[in-house]
Design a protein around this ligand. Structure first.
Ligand code: SGN
Ligand code: CA
Length: 542
């Protein structure tokens, strides 16, 4: 199945010679031609709400079984007043890369933020800078995460690194470069700061506010008031919980993001009673949960310990093993995760209520999304990173006054599209170098005939936690081609393997069709598109 690395490189060079013209034509056509007309109502305010690791499976407007049992009424209301995107994707399913795509409108290899740590090319313009120059007041609250200063913001209150759930530290323009601990729960505090910015802004100017929640990031610590929510709900198991990865390339087998082996009972599922008992006493993880509990005030800690004592007792009573243990862990995981989502939904509702009370709903565009999707036990996993649907996709709702309401969209859109969209809303021309496309033309329900037909994806963060191998790939509305690659000079790290999926026939991506003669034409077409992306975008590793 795997092709020889050297001959592949040669082939790339040959393609390079014949493709450039086709490639640029392909790219320039990809955005569609419809630019918004300058309307009397301009300028619009922008509120971009982005959570961290929110799966579309747990946003009830998407109709998934989990969302039905743990509904998100405020997000559903937003969807009912706007457009719900069913085919919204990220370019690189990880936090800082996704945030860099948002700020620059560029792919990871163009903005420099390929992996989780350092990387962002700070010489790149952030869309916030352009809005600021246009007279917008700009703010970001919550998780910033990138290792650069928030460029182009009049106001910020940012969490330290990933941020804490309880009593987290924030830094603002007034804290002299220091992070200051604030009492309360991160989701609420982030909304408080969003409202603080709105309260103190100059109401004579338009604004752009980014509300970046930490929740529902690992290790899924719910707010006090929801520690017992869904206690008696039995969540349905995904069909692929016990996937054996047959037909897939080695990376699906060798990842370290499995509920059975990699989700820890002490850190992830809060059974601190097991903390000194091997094999549960994983040093780093144990310290992590103890430190989080240590930060709590007495009242918070009492509620917390009382809630998880019940779970501990249940574990000791059942002493689950094998598949039963996986199912037990799954239930505990999903409960904590959707509890965090419940607070998100409440706080989105609180922010909407503020906008309504202050008569801002008619001139504010509200976007809800996540920095990527997440596995809710599909393939036996938590976390993200892979180009498989659950982490490649992300929830996306756009409520744009005067545009379509309560409708769904199935066009291929990606997180590099936010920056061009926000510039478009502000009436600023998109700089030529930006790779993303404005979504504004889609919001009228009239997709331009030449809207993009293919998406490019690229994940780079290996070796790193969860050990997902590097890969890039292409997806159209029905098929997906993925290429996993690794260091050709290292026996241990070498990988060169392809996967092809027919998402219509196989939505769970269990049946790798690469090399299947019945799909030769599809495979060739997707390979050609992938080569076109790599060359026209100047991708330098694959
Ligand atoms: C932490 C998590 C990982 C997660 C990364 C990236 N471990 O390292 O599970 O994949 O963040 O997440 S934890 O023990 O610290 O919780 S991301 O959302 O920032 O990309
Ligand atoms: Ca994330």
């Amino acid at each position: 199945m795997s092709t020889d690395y050297q001959s592949m490189k040669k082939m790339k060079k040959q393609i390079l010679g014949i493709i450039p013209l086709t490639a640029s034509a392909f790219l320039s056509a990809a955005c569609g031609t419809g630019q918004q007309e300058t309307g009397a109502q301009r300028p619009f305010n922008i509120v971009h709400i982005m959570t961290d690791d929110h799966s579309y499976q747990t946003l009830s407007a998407y109709g998934h079984a989990l969302g039905k049992l743990a509904p998100t009424p405020n997000l559903d209301k937003l969807a009912a007043q706007g457009m719900l995107f069913r085919q919204a994707f990220v370019e690189n399913s990880l936090s800082t890369p996704s945030r860099a795509c948002l700020m620059t409108g560029l792919y990871s290899h163009q903005n420099g933020q390929r992996q989780l740590g350092a990387g962002i090319d700070t010489t790149r313009t952030f869309f916030s800078e352009l809005l600021q120059q246009q007279g917008y007041q700009t703010a970001v609250v919550g998780k910033w995460h990138m290792q650069c200063e928030p460029k182009g913001f009049d106001y910020y209150q940012i969490l330290w690194d990933q941020g804490e759930y309880y009593n987290p530290e924030f830094r603002s323009k007034d804290t002299d470069g220091k992070y200051v601990k604030r009492e309360g729960y991160a989701t609420r505090l982030t909304t408080d700061y969003a409202i603080d910015f709105l309260e103190h802004r100059d109401s004579g100017k338009p604004f752009c506010l980014l509300v970046h929640h930490k929740a529902p990031h690992r290790n899924w610590m719910p707010e006090e008031k929801y520690l017992h929510l869904y206690e008696d709900v039995e969540f349905p198991y995904p069909a692929t919980l016990f996937d054996d990865y047959e037909t897939r390339c080695s990376p699906a087998h060798t990842q370290e993001m499995r509920i059975d082996e990699n989700m820890t009972l002490v850190y992830d599922l809060k059974l601190t009673g097991l903390k000194d008992i091997p094999p549960y006493n994983h040093e780093w993880y144990k310290e992590g949960i103890l430190a989080s509990i240590d930060r709590m005030n007495e009242e918070q800690r009492r509620s917390w310990e009382e809630a998880y004592a019940d779970r501990y007792e249940d574990f000791l009573k059942k002493k689950p093993e094998g598949k039963d243990l996986v199912k037990w862990k799954y239930q505990a995981y999903i409960r904590d995760y959707v509890r965090c989502i419940k607070s998100i939904d409440d706080e989105v509702g609180r922010l909407m209520a503020y906008l309504e009370e202050h008569d801002l709903m008619n001139n504010t565009v509200i976007v809800y999304t996540s920095d990527q999707g997440f596995y809710m036990g599909e393939h036996g996993w938590f976390d993200k990173r892979f180009m498989y649907e659950e982490s490649f996709r992300t929830p996306l709702i756009i409520r744009y006054p005067g545009k379509k309401q309560g409708v769904e969209n199935n066009d291929l859109v990606q997180n590099i599209d936010y920056a061009p969209t926000y510039l478009d809303i502000a009436g600023i021309e998109k700089p030529d170098y930006m790779s993303g496309c404005s979504l504004v033309p889609l919001l009228d329900g009239k997709t331009p005939a030449d809207w993009r037909q293919y998406l490019y994806y690229h994940y780079y963060d290996y070796p790193a936690i969860h050990m997902v191998r590097r890969h890039d790939g292409v997806r159209d509305k029905r098929y997906k081609l993925i290429h996993f690659y690794g260091d050709k000079d290292s026996q241990q790290d070498f990988v060169d393997c392809n996967e092809l999926y027919d998402l219509k026939a196989d939505p769970n991506e269990l049946n790798n069709l690469y090399g299947n003669p019945a799909y030769t034409k599809v495979q060739q077409r997707l390979q050609q598109q992938l080569d076109t992306f790599r060359i026209s975008l100047g991708v330098d590793e694959y």
